[in-house]
Design a protein around this ligand. Structure first.
Ligand code: ATP
Ligand code: MG
Length: 567
């Protein structure tokens, strides 16, 4: 699925329109005085991944398109799983994608007071009760979609007793898990979420923002919709799994609202990608079990991982655009994401020479100690990126697999008696080589060059079939190159029966090459700068890089290794 034909592109483009249509309809009807207010509502319990980018692009994108606003709201209802580390990373990642929530940074915990008061109000109206049963019993009484639930023996507890118990739950008088507050809706509803859901539970761990002010915390479902309401959100865009929660959210708003206004929830399909997984819980396991180097390991589908891998925000947004928003769950091909980054870096990344597995070539008729600076184009796709000078001398490195002692037919690289062009420099001819008697490894290759064949000069129009990248030995910089590949070798590692995604971890997802050689212009490169190593792929500078040892991460290999190489 690398290339999309025009028809497919058109289909993808129109697929967003169902959400836009709803929004446009509302504006036309003058709902909410024609205003659009959206929000991106992460739970601060993990790092953002590319699935979140899909939601972010929509939330911020719709607000921008319809001259509205998009809030950032942390749905921080579970102090046990949350951490400020996550809050900071989430903000960094959204900014990196290029979106701005201005001063509108909100927290569900800002509304704990209002939510508590609302819960008290529900108790007073006879719509909520304290249940003393343990969680497993409550859940067993819920029944199943085909079987009605059973009412709790505490369901008709008097209002005063409920009020007293709820206040005491919040004072810390009872143990965690000993009591919960539930709303009284309908234990026979075909929608399981309407069967007297729990809205408050006792948690005694301190909260990262409210400290120990609260001993009871609202459930996500009790906080999310009301927070949207408190913020005046007009369109709550969320993923499909919330469709079945919508009647419950509506029920809460029905009890709360005083006028016509209510947020309109519109659901769309989640982003799933082949060869990876999106569950924050499982990604956390990978980190905790040391199966990856951290949340920002370049193999992770997290935004910080993709950033470290060399991905650009533009490529991620382009990918999100290509897959579009629908009502059908699907799994998207990761090669489409790779296509998007290649397309973007093809335009943006300067070309450089880097040799991953060096083999020394000695050009015997080139004067020892002489250095010529040959001029190379930084990006044939974009002249404005200019040119650079690259030193050439009598000793250069080429890739080991660009030389063969006994080449098959159609091997258009270097072999005894064969000629190739060193890109941007001269045509050389192989005259011999040195082989390790024990191991059989080729240790050096000997060549002569033809001084009449310098690239860009008009002395010779001699043509050869092969063109190689190279780095002059004396000026080469040392580098370590980390070749990343897909983290899993199964298309859907977490969707299998026993859920053991670990057995699908790709043992070859990281290969570290030391002893690589790169051209000296790379001494100027900064962390996360991206390059195309010609004929090899796109690479970026890892934060581990130092002056004495440059460290590169491979973003993606080039799809077509040979197509772009010419004189
Ligand atoms: P959790 O299982 O912890 O709830 P989550 O992936 O739903 O994880 P949230 O922090 O709740 O994480 O997500 C914030 C927003 O991002 C939600 O509105 C959610 O719908 C959206 N979102 C999460 N995952 C995806 C995904 N794979 N594709 C598109 N949107 C997503
Ligand atoms: Mg969630």
């Amino acid at each position: 699925m690398n290339e999309l034909n025009n028809r497919e592109k058109e289909e993808f483009r129109t697929s967003i329109s169902f959400i836009e249509q709803f929004i446009a309809e509302d504006i036309k009807e003058g709902k909410n005085e024609g205003k659009v207010v959206t929000r991106f509502p992460p739970e601060p319990n993990g790092y953002l991944h590319i699935g979140h980018a899909k939601a972010i692009c929509l939330d911020f994108g719709m607000a921008k398109k319809y001259k509205g606003k998009c809030n950032l709201r942390f749905d921080d209802t579970n102090p046990v799983k949350e951490d400020v580390e996550y809050i900071d990373s989430i903000k960094e990642d959204i900014r990196w994608l290029g979106f701005d929530w201005e001063e509108r940074e909100f927290y569900a915990s800002d509304y704990f007071g209002k939510l508590f008061d609302f819960a008290v109000e529900l108790i007073k109206r006879g719509l909520a009760y304290v249940d003393d049963q343990p969680a497993d019993l409550i859940s067993a009484q819920k029944g199943s979609p085909s079987q009605p639930g059973t009412e709790s023996p505490y369901r008709s507890r008097p209002v005063n007793e409920n009020l007293d118990l709820f206040e005491r739950m919040n004072k810390g008088e009872f143990d965690e898990g000993s009591r919960v507050l539930r709303v009284k809706i309908d234990m026979t509803s075909p929608n399981m979420h309407m069967r007297d859901p729990i809205i408050y539970r006792i948690i005694k761990s301190p909260h990262h923002r409210t400290g120990s002010s609260w001993m009871v915390y609202p459930m996500y479902d009790f906080a999310h919709g009301q927070s949207d309401y408190f913020e005046g959100i007009t369109h709550s865009l969320c993923t499909l799994e919330f469709e079945v929660h919508r009647p419950l959210y509506d029920w809460f708003i029905d009890q709360l609202k005083t006028g016509d206004y209510r947020p309109r929830q519109i659901e769309f399909n989640r982003l799933n990608l082949t060869y990876t997984m999106m569950s924050k819980r499982k990604l956390l396991e990978l980190v905790q079990e040391g199966r990856v180097a951290g949340w920002d390991d370049p193999r992770m589908p997290t935004l910080c991982g993709l950033r470290r891998r060399g991905y650009t925000p533009e490529a991620i947004k382009r990918f999100v655009d290509l897959i579009g928003y629908t009502k059908v769950e699907a799994i998207n091909d990761v090669s489409l994401l790779e296509h998007a980054i290649r397309e973007d870096l093809n335009m943006k990344a300067p070309r450089v020479f880097g040799v991953l597995n060096p083999l020394k070539v000695i050009i015997q008729n080139y004067p020892e100690g002489k250095v010529e600076n040959v001029e190379l184009v930084n990006n044939p796709e974009d002249e404005s990126m200019g040119k650079r000078l690259v030193p050439f001398s009598n000793e250069v490195y080429i890739e080991q697999d660009d030389f063969m002692e006994n080449p098959p037919n159609k091997f258009f690289r270097l072999a005894p008696g064969m000629e190739v062009r060193l890109k941007g420099a001269y045509i050389i001819k192989c005259t011999g080589f040195k082989k390790n008697a024990k191991s059989g490894a080729i240790e050096e290759v000997y060549c002569t060059y033809d001084p009449e064949t310098r690239s860009g000069g008009n002395a010779s129009d001699k043509k050869v079939k092969g063109t190689l990248h190279w780095v002059s030995a004396a000026q080469a910089l040392n580098a370590e190159v980390r070749l990343y590949d897909r983290l899993f070798d199964h298309e859907d590692p977490s969707g299998q029966k026993d859920d053991d995604y670990r057995k699908f971890l790709n043992p070859d997802s990281l290969k570290i090459l030391t002893g690589c050689k790169v051209e000296p212009s790379l001494a100027q490169a900064a962390t996360l700068d991206r390059f195309q190593f010609q004929r090899l792929g796109y690479f970026c500078i890892d934060p581990d890089s130092t002056v004495s040892m440059l460290v590169f991460n491979r973003t993606v290999p080039l799809k077509d290794t040979w197509a772009k190489v010419n004189r």
